[in-house]
Ligand binder design. Sequence first.
Ligand SMILES: C=CC1=C(C)c2cc3[nH]c(cc4nc(cc5[nH]c(cc1n2)c(C)c5CCC(=O)O)C(CCC(=O)O)=C4C)c(C)c3C=C
Ligand code: FE2
Length: 437
Amino acid sequence: MKPTGTESNSDLNNDQTELSSPSRRTWLKGASLGGAVALGGLGTVAVLQQTGKLPKPGQSAMGDTTKENQPFYGEHQAGIITPQPAAALVVVFDVLAKDKHELTRLFKLLTTRISFLTKGGKVPDVDPKLPPLDSGVLGPEVFPDNLTVTISVGASLFDQRFGLADKKPAHLIEMVRFPNDQLNLDECHGDLSIQICSNTAETNIHALRDIIKHTPDLLAVKWKIDGFLPPHTLAKMGEESVINLLGFKDGTANPNAQDNKLMDELVWVGTQSGEPAWTVGGSYQVVRIIRNLVEQWDRTPLQEQEKIFGRHKHSGAPLGKKNEHDDPDYASDSDGSRIDFKSHIRLANPRTAETRKNLILRRGFNYSRGISKSGQLDMGLLFVCYQANLTNGFLTVQARLNGEPLEEYIRPVGGGYFFSLPGVKDEKEFLGQALLA
Ligand SMILES: C=CC1=C(C)c2cc3[nH]c(cc4nc(cc5[nH]c(cc1n2)c(C)c5CCC(=O)O)C(CCC(=O)O)=C4C)c(C)c3C=C
Ligand SMILES: [Fe+2]
């Protein structure tokens, strides 16, 4: 299936992200040296640690964030409209289950593991002659650390193996190849994706190893990629967006994920969608591994970089405007002399009444993973987005972006389309229950 979509102009509200998390306020705010005198004899760092104004070894610069937790039970899975933490990984599996009965066992197992991992708790000791129940990566007691684990299924899960063909979400297809793609098939598609996000890479690794340990006969890893967000800009989230590896603020014009009505319209599959009933409360997930050709980009004049995005590099403001969240005001730029018609932002979202249905919720992370065979840095954007309708969302937006000047500096190399399952409402339910009913 080929993505399509051409749009026309009129005005549209500018939806802004409100992802502010009070726990992410910089720990230095309000820290004072008062009390240092009372602890005379200790060095300044030790004094600040004693008074709780500096992190102790093992604590992050934000303070102890290990107890932060995201609820597992709810109408929707966590990790979609949840504010983004610093670390992420996406892992995609082939499902080894042989029939629907085994697939049900897989989803029940995933439910049990995720509900434990996101809450945390003590892991029982076992006979030392046996393998320990837990990898021990987080110590003897597992802590939540803001963990979310989001389960999504690919189009291939609806083949003949499990008798689910008639339950396939209407828009779910295998990822299509766009003109600028240089896809490595080893990093494309798959039966099941798991997005794991938390405050640290270690917590994500712990969760992944726990899931793999419990599912040896049911899942086989196909591909995996780690992502991160810069902590120094995460601390200012809500005021400013985080910076991507091309040095631009990313996420500025994202729809407000705290606005439930907007999320019902743009992200969650609703009862009137014409989709199979089991999908209500779920969302289409797009994952794209988009390499940034940073050596080339870093030798590109600032003026050119800004023209390509349509925004000022450091402030993130639309060209010709002052502040990051200012409206690009395309009505006053009908000839494209201020913000080029081919700029990334103008193509991605022309902000017309007709293109409102194409809005997507982006939830990307930076990635960096060594060097290419020809000695270039292998880094870029782990692009993730969610939408209620894959065709209206990513496929249409990407079709508009095809041929954009940014393509000279980016190469999509992998990814897939998936459907994120609806949430688990309480302890009696399991992930995918309605799909397997
Ligand atoms: C198909 C969807 C999109 C892909 C793929 C994509 C890749 C991509 N984007 C950046 C950097 C930025 N994107 C920005 C805005 C933006 N991007 C998309 C969609 C895709 N981007 C949308 C819908 C928007 C919002 C447009 C708007 O509403 O005005 C920005 C500007 C800041 C922001 O609003 O987030 C940057 C910067 C890269 C580097 C990239 C691939 C590597
Ligand atoms: Fe973008």
